[in-house]
Design a protein around this ligand. Structure first.
Ligand code: HPA
Length: 305
């Protein structure tokens, strides 16, 4: 923060100016280096100072999966608060740390807790953890969340494999100077969710006898739940489920060349589609109730990656 304030003063920039997060001279031997990349490297240097573990798969735990650690052999824990500059979640039930270890034989990094855009972080900060996992070495990112069901036929407690997404209602995390060390300026988003990983999830669900729906996930900013009119609009636009995370992380991961897959737990029917009013507690309760099958599906899938 102190550094950022110095930069702000020097350049007379405010955070809302385009370019605030972009580049400056001075560090890296006078070569221009993106402030964002510098921040990422600071986090990565800390990571390297505490472990030499190289994960191949990253897993971000959504609501209900907070007890996931029992499914893996944990070798090392890194609380988010220990990592310099790392965004720390403020949401109840989202306490934050990286778990490093093995899921089956697969070296993995698991995020217990994630930050959300509605907490006030910039989109660049929201996806910093995803980018840090890329620096750690992940080739695959497995995203999980709880969401509101929109598609006809979906029921509370269903799982939905994410086949595509709509992120047009939140700012792109790729806005700002492109960090070329991570990926290209205009990344393709034709196959955000990897077709082979989708097949792996389908096969695993079948083998494990776990029913799974498929559909398009739409991200809103939150923190409010939607109005019924908004849900009707999202349905008309092709959304099957709605939530407040995930799409931005998937986009940042694709930008960085990571293969992505994701599963959502339908914790409630979206606004106006049932008589129930929506509450975070109900979302958590349903996600908790489905955690056994959810954990098994995720674990058995990752074991084959
Ligand atoms: N809307 C948005 N986010 C959500 C919902 C919802 O209905 N359920 C769980 N996360």
């Amino acid at each position: 923060t102190e550094n950022r304030m110095k930069i702000t003063r020097k350049l007379k920039l405010e955070p809302w100016h385009h370019g605030y997060y972009n580049t400056r001279k001075g560090l890296n031997g006078g070569k221009r280096m993106s402030v964002l990349y510098e921040k990422l490297e600071t986090c990565y240097k800390y990571y390297q100072s505490v472990t030499d573990f190289v994960p191949r798969v990253g897993l971000i735990l959504g609501s209900g999966l907070g007890g996931y650690a029992k499914n893996m052999k944990v070798e090392k824990e890194i609380p988010y608060g220990d990592i310099p500059g790392f965004p720390v979640s403020t949401v109840q039930g989202h306490d934050g740390k990286f778990l490093l270890g093995y899921i089956g034989d697969v070296p993995a990094v698991v995020m217990k807790g994630r930050v959300h855009y509605y907490e006030g972080y910039s989109m660049q900060d929201v996806v910093l953890p995803t980018r840090l996992m890329k620096r750690m070495g992940i080739e695959i990112l497995f995203l999980t969340n709880a969401s509101g069901g929109i598609k006809k036929g979906f029921q509370v407690g269903d799982f939905m494999m994410i086949t595509d997404q709509i992120s047009s209602f939140v700012p792109s995390p790729l806005i700002g100077e492109n960090v070329s060390e991570l990926g290209e300026r205009f990344p393709d988003m034709t196959h955000i969710y990897d077709p082979d990983l989708m097949n792996l999830i389908r096969k695993t669900a079948e083998r494990e006898n776990i029913a799974i729906q498929e559909g398009v996930y739409l991200q809103t900013t939150g923190p409010n739940f939607e109005s019924p009119a908004e849900i009707r609009m999202y349905a008309a636009l092709g959304a099957d489920a709605v939530g407040m995370s995930t799409a931005c992380e998937a986009m940042a991961a694709r930008h960085a060349g990571i293969r992505v897959c994701g599963i959502s737990c339908i914790s409630n029917m979206a606004s106006g589609l049932s008589d129930e009013e929506l509450s975070h507690l109900d979302v958590q309760a349903v996600a908790d109730k489905r955690s056994g099958d959810f954990e098994r599906l995720v674990t058995k899938t990752i074991e084959q990656m």
